[in-house]
Design a protein around this ligand. Structure first.
Ligand code: MTE
Ligand code: MO
Length: 264
C-alpha cells in the first residue's frame, strides 16, 4: 500500500494543500474575530468611561451616545414627510386584548364629565375643552402596529380626532407654526414633547376609543395621544394639558436618557 503522506504522491500533496488552506483560513477568521472583539471591547470601554451629557431637556446618556442620537434625529427629520404613512391593517387583525403598559400619571380613574383639556397658547391664553367638544369633531380610526421601546409590539385599533383636525377646528393654526407641542397628564407626572411635523402627521390622533369602545382608564381615558410615527413612550395617556413652544418641552423619558425624538 502506498504511503498517503509520501510527498511523491500527487493526491496526498493536494490533500495537504487543502489542509493548509483550511488552517490558514481558520487562522484568519479567528484572528479577525479576536481583533473585532478587542475593538468592540475597547469601544465599549471608551463609551462607558466617556462623560455623561450636560443635563438639559435630555439627560442621563453618555455624551457620545447623545451626539449620535442627535445626528440620527437630523437624518430622520430630513427624510420625514407627512406623505409617508405608517402601514395600516384591516381591523380584524387588531388585538382584542390590548396590551397595557405603564401608568405614570394615569393611576386610578378620573371623571370624564369634569375633565377638561387645557390648551395653553404661546401668548398665555387658555382654552378649556371638554371631551364632548372633541367627540363632536369628525372621527378617524387607525389600525397599526403599536411599538414599545421595551421590545413588544401589537396591532391595535384606535379612534379619535386627527390632531391636525383638532388644530384647525380650535383655530390653533398660528400655534403649530412653533416647533414643538408639549403634553402632560393632569397631575404633571408624565409629560412628552413632540416635534410639530410628527404631531401634524395625518395619522396622529387624539384618541378616545380603542376597538370602537370608549377608552378604558388603563389606556388613558378620556383622551390619549396616538402617534404612529413614534415609539409608545410618546403616546401619552390621559392628556391634561397641551402647550406650544419653539423650545423642546420637558419629556419624562428623555430626562432618563432615552432619545428625545423616538421616531420610527
Ligand atoms: N400617562 C402615561 N402615558 C403613557 C405611559 C405612562 O407611563 N403614563 N407609558 C407610555 C408607554 S412606555 C407605552 S408603551 C404606552 C402603553 O400604552 P398602553 O398601556 O395603552 O398599551 O403608553 C405610553 N403612555
Ligand atoms: Mo413603552
Amino acid at each position: 500500500m502506498k504511503n498517503p503522506f509520501n510527498k511523491k504522491n500527487k493526491a496526498a500533496q493536494k490533500l495537504l494543500t487543502v489542509e493548509q488552506k483550511i488552517s490558514r483560513r481558520n487562522f484568519i477568521s479567528f484572528g479577525t474575530f479576536f481583533i473585532a472583539a478587542g475593538a468592540a471591547y475597547s469601544g465599549w470601554r471608551w463609551l462607558y468611561n466617556s462623560p455623561g451629557e450636560t443635563a438639559t431637556v435630555t439627560a442621563g446618556a453618555r455624551a457620545p451616545l447623545r451626539r449620535a442620537l442627535n445626528k440620527t434625529e437630523l437624518a430622520f427629520r430630513r427624510v420625514f414627510s407627512n406623505n409617508n404613512l405608517v402601514k395600516t391593517y384591516p381591523k380584524e387583525l387588531a388585538a382584542k386584548n390590548v396590551r397595557h403598559n405603564e401608568d405614570i400619571g394615569n393611576e386610578g380613574t378620573i371623571e370624564a364629565a369634569t375633565w377638561r383639556l387645557q390648551v395653553k397658547k404661546h401668548s398665555g391664553e387658555l382654552l378649556s375643552i371638554s371631551i364632548d367638544d372633541i367627540k363632536a369633531l369628525p372621527k378617524t380610526d387607525i389600525v397599526y402596529d403599536f411599538k414599545c421601546v421595551e421590545g413588544w409590539d401589537q396591532i391595535s385599533h384606535w379612534g379619535g380626532v386627527k390632531f391636525s383636525d383638532f388644530i384647525s377646528h380650535f383655530k390653533l393654526d398660528d400655534q403649530v407654526k412653533l416647533q414643538y407641542v408639549g403634553l402632560a397628564t393632569p397631575d404633571k407626572q408624565y409629560y412628552v414633547g413632540i416635534d410639530m411635523p410628527s404631531a401634524m402627521h395625518p395619522q396622529t390622533l387624539l384618541a378616545y376609543e380603542v376597538n370602537e369602545q370608549p377608552l378604558p382608564p388603563q389606556h388613558g381615558a378620556p383622551l390619549r395621544l396616538i402617534i404612529p410615527v413614534k415609539y409608545g413612550i410618546k403616546n401619552l395617556k390621559r392628556i391634561g394639558t397641551m402647550t406650544f413652544s419653539d423650545n423642546r418641552p420637558p419629556d419624562y423619558w428623555a430626562e432618563q436618557g432615552y432619545d428625545y425624538y423616538s421616531g420610527l
